[in-house]
Design a protein around this ligand. Structure first.
Ligand SMILES: Nc1nc2c(ncn2[C@@H]2O[C@H](COP(=O)(O)OP(=O)(O)OP(=O)(O)O)[C@@H](O)[C@H]2O)c(=O)[nH]1
Length: 619
């Protein structure tokens, strides 16, 4: 076809080159629009890869097609392929620098959507040398045009390709394209905004009761269920916890009257779909609270306003401050402070003001912008100011929003739906609910995912195929970043997946790291942090034993300037750069710059939170 003549001066392998057809991976013609994209894409890739030998036109077309004409990904993949396959003979073929420089340049040429595409993986014995690799390439050329476009990905061992060294004996991965362009599909549909919020606060502050009442008042829980809970809880001598039972569903939680694990529940308003993450308030369950907070767009801090209640929750050992600091450290910027149980102090305005003053001082010091914090006097037990504005005569001094109004006023965090796929696994269920070998629940932190797609499980490195999925309890074909999903997976043994794992794009997997450098802020410390101290590192559902292997420097919190190199210890409220090494095999991790979700860590020891930090460098 004449429109391809401008790329004929590529170093073409005639054996593979067939200029007559566009290959679409399924043996079908492409649409006119796709052909246009292909034409522009081929020219742009050619410009970007000029000088890289051995790349065929057919390869360029196939790669562009798999990647939905995403130039950046296509170029990166082609470079990976060619830098590994011919490392010794043509060392200049794919220096890392050319990969880095090519992408931004072509991004200007093509600004279409770039979904995270592809992939069906299969394992084969990979070639061990450059020569054998070339044979494999030939095999690939013959095998490629089947009904599913498959590409030999044996050269996807990115570490060795970047250095131009001999290819590592990584097992090959074959890729096939995804069925739909999720980014385009998402743009077509009118999806209601969804938001996750976490309920935090000291033990017994009334978190579960408040959410139970909110769900009841909004009509998400019916009268009969509440009556049943009232009867059963009274029988157990726990009548005052009836509303909390809406959230606290396990026998242990109901018998103890204490939330143990994160409880989730959904409700919808005309404007939004909300997911409630009810965090446990008890000090023993802070790790579960961290897991919940990591998924939240914003938080509701519930404060017990009863006499003595506020004081015990707000002292040094109380969880009010620890929870607030934790959510801020995990990236939450917007907070609703529900000054609860105000019924027990006759809606006393002065009590409310006193609490607001003390809490606001603390929150500002903790890094919350006062403009992003709303204070609401309320009662989870009576429902005052939760869903409807209170008609209580003693509460006329307040004319601000209800808790629900405040929830609707905060914009959920913007999510990068075009980035590489990252799903944080919350729970793993062995038998697939609707088929599949494993079912997982989790949240799409970045990118998008669709049925039929192959995902990479980190850290096991095993591929899995998405058999079916649910998004916010509805059956769906695809999901984008920000969604809570349940995925039924095939082709993976349950032993290769656990809570805290990351499902990711096989072409850009999350690395598993044994050590890293981070900038941390220390909390109130019972003892200073010293070199060599063992800690438990928390990130989402992950709790991993680790060691502080170097106190690099203390730094100025405001501008990051070094105050002291190699300090002997760290005291309360200091900012510092530290190096941390895992005692085990490490965890999948990215820098904060690359992923706000995977690059934040919390450090704990002896049941206390000692610091929070962001990851700057992976070792
Ligand atoms: N007077 C009054 N009591 C309340 C209110 N909200 C909750 N309570 C009581 O406080 C106790 C604890 O309530 P929960 O909802 O279980 O507290 P929680 O914060 O969820 O507890 P954990 O999750 O275990 O930390 C129960 O006896 C509730 O009836 C309120 O608004 N007013």
């Amino acid at each position: 076809m004449s429109r391809h003549r401008d790329v004929r001066n590529l170093d073409l392998d005639e054996e593979m080159y067939d200029d007559d057809d566009y290959y679409d991976g399924d043996g079908h013609d492409m649409t006119y629009e796709e052909q246009e994209q292909m034409e522009a894409g081929v020219a742009a890739v050619h410009d970007a890869l000029n000088g890289v030998p051995g790349i065929t036109l057919k390869e360029i077309r196939e790669t562009l097609y798999y990647y939905y004409f995403d130039l950046e990904k296509s170029i990166a993949w082609l470079l990976e392929q060619h830098s590994v396959k011919k490392p010794a003979a043509k060392p200049k073929a794919a220096p890392t620098a050319s990969k880095a420089s090519a992408a931004p340049e072509v991004a200007k040429v093509f600004s279409g959507p770039s979904p995270d595409d592809v992939v069906i993986a299969a394992r084969e014995e990979g070639p061990k040398s450059g020569k054998k690799a070339k044979t494999a390439k030939k095999d690939q050329a013959i095998a490629a045009p089947t009904n599913q476009l498959e590409v030999d990905m044996q050269a996807m061992n990115m570490g060795s390709s970047a250095t131009g060294g001999a290819p590592a004996p990584a097992p090959p991965i074959k890729i096939a394209r995804k069925k739909v362009n999720v980014v385009e599909e998402y743009a077509k549909v009118d999806v209601k905004e969804s938001a996750n919020f976490v309920i935090i606060g000291h033990v017994d502050a009334g978190k579960s009761t408040m959410m139970g009442r909110l769900l009841y008042d909004i009509g998400a829980v019916d009268e009969r269920t509440i009556q049943k809970f009232r009867k059963e809880s009274e029988k157990m001598g726990k009548g005052s916890f009836a509303l909390a039972w809406v959230m606290d569903s396990t026998d242990e939680e109901r018998a103890r009257g204490v939330t143990v694990d994160i409880a989730t529940n959904q409700f919808e308003t005309p404007k939004r779909k909300f997911t409630i993450l009810d965090a446990p308030g008890h000090a023993d369950f802070v790790p579960n609270m961290i897991a919940g907070a990591a998924q939240a767009d914003f938080a509701v801090l519930v404060i017990d306003a009863s006499t003595g209640g506020f004081e015990s929750g707000f002292n040094v050992r109380g969880q009010t401050k620890e929870h607030a600091l934790l959510v801020r450290s995990l990236g939450v910027q917007n907070l609703i402070v529900a000054v609860n149980k105000l019924d027990s102090v006759d809606w006393n305005h002065e009590r409310f003001e006193e609490i607001e003053m003390q809490v606001s001082q603390f929150l500002t010091n903790a890094g919350f912008d006062p403009q992003n914090v709303q204070y609401i006097p309320c009662s989870g037990l009576t429902g005052e100011n939760l869903v409807k504005r209170s008609a209580e005569p003693a509460l006329t001094w307040f004319n601000g929003p209800t808790v629900l109004g405040a929830l609707e006023s905060i914009a959920p965090t913007a999510r990068a739906i075009e980035k590489s796929l990252r799903i944080s696994v919350q729970d793993v269920y062995k038998a697939g609910v609707t088929g599949g070998s494993v079912t997982i629940s989790g949240r799409v932190d970045a990118g998008n995912v669709q049925v039929g797609e192959t995902v990479h499980a980190a850290p096991s490195g095993e591929p899995a195929t998405v058999k079916s999925m649910q998004v916010n309890d509805d059956i769906a074909d695809w999901a984008v970043a920000g969604s809570n999903v349940v995925l039924n997976l095939n082709d993976i043994d349950p032993m290769h997946l656990k809570a805290g794992d990351i499902l990711c794009d096989p072409l850009n997997p999350v690395p598993t790291v044994r050590a890293f450098r981070a900038r941390i802020i220390t909390f109130d410390l019972a003892r200073p942090i010293t070199n060599g101290a063992t800690i438990v590192l928390h990130r989402g559902r992950i709790n991993e034993a680790a060691r502080i292997q170097a106190l690099v420097a203390t730094i100025d919190r405001a501008d990051g300037q070094i105050i002291k190199k190699k300090p002997r210890h760290l005291a309360s409220g200091q900012s510092a750069v530290v190096e941390i090494a895992f005692l085990g095999n490490g965890i999948p991790m990215e820098t904060f710059k690359d992923s706000k979700d995977l690059g934040r860590v919390i450090l704990r020891t002896g049941g206390d939170t000692i610091a929070a930090g962001i990851v700057d460098e992976l070792f």
